[in-house]
Design a binder for this molecule. Structure first.
Ligand code: PLP
Length: 410
């Protein structure tokens, strides 16, 4: 493909108009929206309004007058539309890590007597740590079994309470078949808890179409909700009356403002909300979600996959024999919207690209990772990024001591 071909794709791109809705610095090609999405312009405005008017003038009255108290369910209901859920099945609360813990523990209350939680070797660390923490808490009553992806479905048995999987793998971008795995787990009487961090706002997800049980996801990647944005969680309607959260807080009480001494859980998704909602974070997240809702999810997914295909093809064609190995599925139907290449000097390669204004990230031990957020990237930018990466690899521009100095966040 020539650069002119890429420009022609941009002219025909029905999502091109979204680029102007983001605040992105000029001279930067941002291939890290899968780690931290850039700010929508509307998020700046929303934060300013919430801070000055609702917080500054409304003060505590804004819990009612600005409907702050409804924000976790209101924004959850909007996210529901992006993931194939009903509005009453999704709430915004806590972080992904905390929600993983709550729903994994909750799954055990739905499957008493079963003693295994099953996950994949090499899952995102926090997913495994949340499960390890739960096992440490429960001792003999629970064990964590982790197996390789290819052995996972066969490892589900009648002792499996819950299978926890990241729908799209954070490193490889390999995509699980949500419907098939859910059906296989159900056939053994087990539940599935999906981590949608790399899926929400990226690929078309249909939780209810797959008869899914439980899911979590973050707000700061493809939903562009801002650094440390609050996370979301999904509990299928049929599980809401019976599931119990291990974290009992007043916002999960049936009547928070009754101030009763004894905990009485709400009978619906509110039981998964622990404490006071983070209103500033919710305001920014809502701006990101509102923008996302304007885009057709099928077009978003198709463009992201096409951008990723373009990047793979261009980098491989222009920089053969440079030590790169594709570490993501080549088949786009098996992949999410990021692409990983293994390279022995992956960290230095990413740093050299950042020095050229092309921002990706590095995942130890050797993965250079690039995300293709469809709302603000153009085909021509991706073409340019591939060209720059090839130039850096061929010229070994990465081979400088300053590009090897590791920062705290990679
Ligand atoms: C799959 C997955 N789960 C969870 C997280 C992070 O969880 P938290 O938002 O609690 O830091 C990430 C972060 O990149 C992730 O990729």
């Amino acid at each position: 493909m020539t650069r002119e071909d890429a420009q022609a794709l941009d002219l025909a791109d029905p999502l091109a108009r979204f680029r102007d809705a983001f605040d992105l610095p000029s001279g930067v090609i941002y291939l890290d929206g899968n780690s931290l999405g850039p700010p929508p312009l509307a998020a700046h405005e929303r934060l300013e309004a919430v801070s000055r008017r609702q917080w500054g003038e409304g003060l505590v009255r804004s819990w009612n007058t600005a409907a702050w108290i409804e924000a976790p369910l209101r924004v959850g209901g909007k996210i529901a539309r992006l993931i194939g859920a009903e509005p009453y099945e999704v709430a915004v609360a806590d972080s992904t890590s905390v929600n993983l813990f709550k729903l994994a523990a909750g799954a055990l209350t739905l499957r008493p007597g079963r003693t295994t939680v099953l996950s994949e070797v090499g899952s995102f660390p926090t997913d495994l740590y949340a499960l390890q923490g739960l096992v440490a808490l429960l001792g003999e009553r629970l064990r964590l079994k982790t197996v390789a992806a290819e052995d996972l479905v066969a490892a589900i048995d009648d002792d499996t309470a819950v299978v926890m999987l990241t729908h799209i793998h954070y490193k490889s971008a390999r995509r699980w078949d949500l419907q098939k795995v859910t059906a296989a787990a159900h056939a053994k009487g087990a539940l599935v808890l999906w981590d949608l961090c790399h899926s929400a706002g990226a690929v078309a997800v249909d939780l209810n179409g797959a008869n899914a049980d439980l899911a979590v996801g973050c707000g700061y990647k493809y939903l562009n909700g801002g650094p440390g944005a609050p996370a979301f969680l999904f509990v299928a309607g049929r599980h809401q009356a019976a599931i119990r959260s291990p974290l009992w807080g007043w916002m999960g009480h049936a009547e928070p403002f009754a101030f009763e001494d004894d905990y009485r859980p709400a009978a619906d998704i509110r039981a998964q909300i622990t404490g006071t909602p983070p209103i500033l974070g919710l305001a920014a997240l809502e701006a990101g979600v509102d923008l996302q809702l304007e885009a057709d999810p099928a077009l978003v997914e198709a463009k992201g996959l096409a951008l990723a295909d373009l990047f793979i093809a261009q980098v491989e064609a222009r920089a053969p024999n440079c030590g790169l190995a594709l570490a993501s599925p080549r088949d786009p139907s098996q992949r999410g919207l990021h692409v990983s290449f293994a390279h022995p000097e992956g960290y230095a390669v990413v740093q050299a690209m950042i020095a050229h204004g092309i921002i990706g990230d590095f995942r130890a031990p050797d993965i250079a990772r690039f995300g293709f957020s469809p709302l603000f990237l153009s085909y021509a930018q991706v073409w340019d990024a591939a060209q720059a990466m090839a130039d850096i690899l061929i010229s070994r521009a990465w081979d400088r001591p300053e590009f090897r100095a590791r920062a705290a966040v990679t």
